[in-house]
Design a binder for this molecule. Structure first.
Ligand SMILES: [Fe+2]
Ligand SMILES: [Fe+2]
Length: 269
């Protein structure tokens, strides 16, 4: 039987987030015998984008494939490495955009898709692109299909899940940086609206609150958004058990500073 343990990590924000991954991932991989880890790193370098050094740091920390989103290209130096490293950007960026949106290794396919609501980038239709991508991957006989649906609206993520459940192993949400508690398995497919960030827990989605608040109140910002460096930090990761591409069991681990919080178990529907 083809049995796999998969780790899923949401948006890693800044050095704080990278350090939480570095200090927790290898130990948890051993403890849970995790075979393959997918992590979203669109905010891993200073909160905006991903540079070459930090990409390697995360890959060396035990991540197998990095996904992205609306911040994939914020650090333009990464563009020249997107073909050679296991780094995805959303598949539905228009034709001609550098990089790739699907990663395939052995019997695993990872697809990165970006939603529309509240995201100011004109990507191709997320649902049509996803449906076509799943058909293509299935034609190649790949059983373990995992999707990072990077979107603001949980309704878009739910639509994508309803469209794909029973045909995929997992669809997880990223982008909001706020973890949701709706982990579930339905028709052998795993779903969560958002995994939540790895990074600073006290500010606004991993950043200091002052600059975004000033902008929200006054309509202009007097300083740049900065990653919050002092305070409580969180690491969170979902762990899935897949058998022949079907999700049989899942939970989410959360570590606040060094304290393990109560796990969230997926409801098996
Ligand atoms: Fe993000
Ligand atoms: Fe995002």
């Amino acid at each position: 039987m083809d049995r796999l343990k998969i780790g899923l990590i949401g948006d890693i924000v800044g050095k704080v987030g990278r350090n939480m991954v570095i200090s927790n991932l290898e130990r948890l991989k051993k403890e849970y015998q995790i075979d393959f880890v997918i992590a979203n790193a669109e905010n891993a370098s200073g909160g905006f984008g991903l540079n070459y050094k930090n990409a390697n740091e995360l890959l060396n920390a035990g991540i197998d494939v990095i996904t992205g989103g609306n911040h994939s290209f914020d650090k333009s130096e990464i563009i020249q490495f997107m073909d050679s490293l296991p780094i995805l950007r959303p598949l539905n960026y228009p034709l001609g955009v550098v990089g790739k949106g699907i990663f395939v290794k052995d019997n695993i396919a990872v697809i990165n898709i970006m939603g529309h609501y509240g995201i100011n980038i004109n990507v191709d239709n997320a649902f049509v692109t996803l449906e076509n991508a799943i058909s293509e991957v299935k034609k190649n006989g790949i059983k373990n299909i995992i999707i990072d649906f990077h979107a603001e609206a949980s309704s878009e993520k739910r639509m994508a899940f309803c469209m794909t459940r029973g045909k995929i192993s997992a669809l997880f949400g990223t982008h909001t940086h706020i973890g949701s508690d709706d982990l579930q398995i339905q028709m052998d497919s795993f779903y969560v609206s958002d995994l939540g960030l790895c990074g600073a827990y006290d500010g606004v989605i991993g950043m200091e609150y002052e600059a975004p608040l000033q902008k929200a109140k006054m309509g202009y910002g007097k300083s740049h958004f900065k990653v919050l460096e002092n305070g409580n930090n969180i690491f969170q990761m979902a762990i899935l058990t897949l058998e022949n591409g079907k999700c049989k069991d899942a939970l989410k681990i959360r570590i606040l500073n060094e304290k393990r919080l109560q796990d969230i178990n997926a409801i098996n529907l």
